[in-house]
Each structure stands twice: as structure tokens, then as C-alpha cells.
Design a protein around this ligand. Sequence first.
Ligand code: CO
Length: 141
Amino acid sequence: MIGKLNHVGVATPSISEALKVYQGMLGATSVTETLLLPEFGVAVCFVNLPNSQIELLEPLGEGSVISAFLEKNPRGGQHHVCFEVDDILAARDDLRAKGAEILGSGEPRIGAHGVPVIFVHPKDMGGVLVELMQTPSTAHK
Ligand code: CO
């Protein structure tokens, strides 16, 4: 089921401050425009790496999906990892059948890449919040 690592999610109280680390300290040369995702209560910006991306997540409004995380980690930190899967619904059903809890309603939502995503509870994933994202090239299926 599991495919490529698509990105690593990093929560931050400030994307512009986080960019000082990735651009200023680590020398990243390519970042995307900041995108607002009100459905998730986050603003996101991707740092492009040769083989992957870092997804910077800043809270947007009330009820952000990262507000509890930032309460525990006020300066931000590594929040989730995202793997690509060919078929998001098949992956969800397979994980559920194996006893894993899918967060929220369990229905895939359109994420920052414009393809359906789900999140799997960290208690079932060795302590890691796992995002599964339908591989962009198969999103139309
Ligand atoms: Co993500």
C-alpha cells in the first residue's frame, strides 16, 4: 500500500519565521506561495527539496487542526509524515480492517496538493501522525 514519502509536515506559529530556518540557515532555494486551507484551519507553504517537500503549517483562525499540537509545542515541531497511496479509499478500508483509527469522519478531504487525503491516528502508527495522500497522477481515477 505505502508508496513514496510525499512530504514531512512541520507545525509552526509563523511560516515566515520557519522560512528563516529553511531558507536562511539550511539554504533552501525553492518555496511555494503560502496557500490558505480554511477547511483545515491552516496556512501552508512547501519547501521544495530534491526528493521531497517540507510542509510548513501555520494556524489559520479558530479550530485549526494544529492548535492542540502548538499548545503542547509552542515553538512548533515535526507534526506528520505523508505517504502516497494509489487508492485512498482502498487504503482507508484496509487500515480500518486492520484496526487503525482514521481521524475525523474518515472521508477523504482535498488537501494542499489538490488530491484526497486522510490522517491515521498516531496511536496506531507507532506514535507518528500519518497522512495518506492519493498519488497525484492517479487522482482522477
Ligand atoms: Co501534510
